[in-house]
Design a protein around this ligand. Structure first.
Ligand SMILES: Cc1cc2nc3c(=O)[nH]c(=O)nc-3n(C[C@H](O)[C@H](O)[C@H](O)COP(=O)(O)OP(=O)(O)OC[C@H]3O[C@@H](n4cnc5c(N)ncnc54)[C@H](O)[C@@H]3O)c2cc1C
Length: 247
């Protein structure tokens, strides 16, 4: 699985994110709310109010907490799918200003899907083609073509790095679509890794259950893609999600 070369790391997030969301929610229906209350919000308050408010569908409060991830080694196919999620901020490694480092192994430069790499003859032909693209890129730059123009020869599988900041509401939407088993394997891998990164922070873990951060079948309780749902998918997905969300 190429996923081993893909790195996903939760780098930063709003300080006291769950307290911030809870404090914001309280303004709606607590007459004595004031800004100073924020300092006094405890995790007990969070547990008392947040699951309830979220169960009412009051999801805009999730927008008050943002999360920043570093994602390395994904293909430009996947970074393009990622940036289609508009309610987020992105900064990506530039192919205009950075010359691709082409002395490395072809698998380090490009994501090659397993459906190809497990077919030896086909895999060799892919490698040959990618090596030729790399040679042409290099030669073009050596002939004075700028990196921004030479990159046109590089296939979409070329690896990239990207920093992503999403608020928790957009993360929920993103997880809904991309942790679904029917999403393409690479963005699916990235999305599950992002969810796992959140789960690693013990204090954040409960919000995965409260806000149902996961595929749409978890959020809705059924698969909206109905007849397109792969055999056994609902059970597999629920088990995988439960392992991450915990009890
Ligand atoms: C299985 C799958 C297949 C796909 N296939 C294709 C494809 O063939 N071709 C293609 O072009 N794309 C495809 N996409 C990408 C898809 O169309 C979306 O661009 C992508 O999933 C981003 O999600 P989004 O637009 O819901 O939400 P985001 O951009 O993440 O925004 C979140 C939500 O905010 C709201 N919102 C954001 N912007 C606006 C706006 N301008 N107006 C009104 N509401 C807004 C919407 O409610 C939206 O759902 C596919 C996605 C998936 C998951």
């Amino acid at each position: 699985m190429d996923g081993i070369k893909i790195k996903v790391k939760l780098i930063n997030y709003t300080p006291r994110p769950l307290e911030t969301i809870t404090w914001a929610a309280l303004i709606s229906y607590w007459d004595e709310w004031e800004s100073e209350v924020f300092e006094r919000v405890t995790m007990d308050d969070v547990e008392k109010h947040l699951p309830k408010v979220l169960s009412y569908g009051h999801e805009s409060i999730l927008e008050h907490a943002v999360f920043t991830f570093a994602i390395e080694g994904i293909s430009r196919v996947t970074s393009h799918q990622l940036v289609r999620h508009r309610l987020a901020s992105y900064t990506q490694r530039s192919q205009r200003y950075i010359r691709e480092e082409l002395s490395r192994e072809i698998e380090e430069l490009f994501v090659i899907p397993e459906s190809v790499s497990d077919k030896p003859k086909l895999y060799q032909r892919w490698k040959k083609m990618l090596e030729e693209a790399v040679r042409l890129y290099k030669e073009s730059v050596e002939c004075g073509v700028s990196c921004e123009d030479a990159r046109y020869i590089l296939p979409q599988g070329v690896r990239t790095k990207i920093v992503v900041t999403m608020n928790l509401r957009e993360l929920k939407h993103f997880f809904g679509l991309r942790t679904c088993e029917r999403a393409q394997w690479e963005i699916n891998h990235v999305a599950w890794k992002m969810l796992e990164e959140i789960a690693k922070v013990e204090k954040l873990k409960p919000v995965i259950k409260w806000a149902k951060l996961g595929p749409r079948c978890i959020q809705l309780g059924y698969c909206p893609e109905k007849e397109l749902m792969p055999e056994g998918c609902f059970k597999r997905t629920r088990e995988r999600w439960n392992r991450i969300a915990g009890d």
